[in-house]
Design a protein around this ligand. Sequence first.
Ligand SMILES: [Zn+2]
Length: 203
Amino acid sequence: MSYSQLDDVILKLTDEVTVKVLNILLDQREIFDEDIVNILNEGITEENIDPDSSEEENVIRIALKEVRKSLYKLNERSLARYRRVRDKETGYFVYYWSPIWERIRDLIVSRRKQTIKKLKQRLDYEQRNLLYVCEEGHTPVTFSDAFEFGFLCTVCGQELAQKENAETISVLQNKISELEKILKTGLEEIEGIEERMEKTTNS
Ligand SMILES: [Zn+2]
């Protein structure tokens, strides 16, 4: 299962492997790092490669290293936490990982809101300022700038005319309402996962 909202937001911050690792984490309450590797390599290990072959060993080993790197990245961003337990038999520490829901939710919300805010600022600008532009479409300017330049383009010297921005405004308005909808469904999606996890914990 993959969470559309996350892929989109997290990919901007990190790499594809980390997104995959986070998606696996989200399906578990807590998971041993080597189990993440097994899930990631499910397709690969089922291939009939000689188990004694060092090549296959290398593939798995690199993946474990990569998965750990991804987990540390997520931990640095406070998106995942670990619990360290000493293995009684080997004496080594083993790490159990889990996602930090509040932080993941906050991240999605803040990123989306940031984008929406920028679009709204742009819309406000478009609505407040009638822009003037030459026939070639060189840098559009506000009325006061156009006035200052004697209604002549500073690039090509052609006459400046009022720019039709109704289309830009409607594109921006559509984009904003689309993102607001996405933000809402994304939050519902995350809340759904949280509830499911709580049920698993309580049962
Ligand atoms: Zn021009």
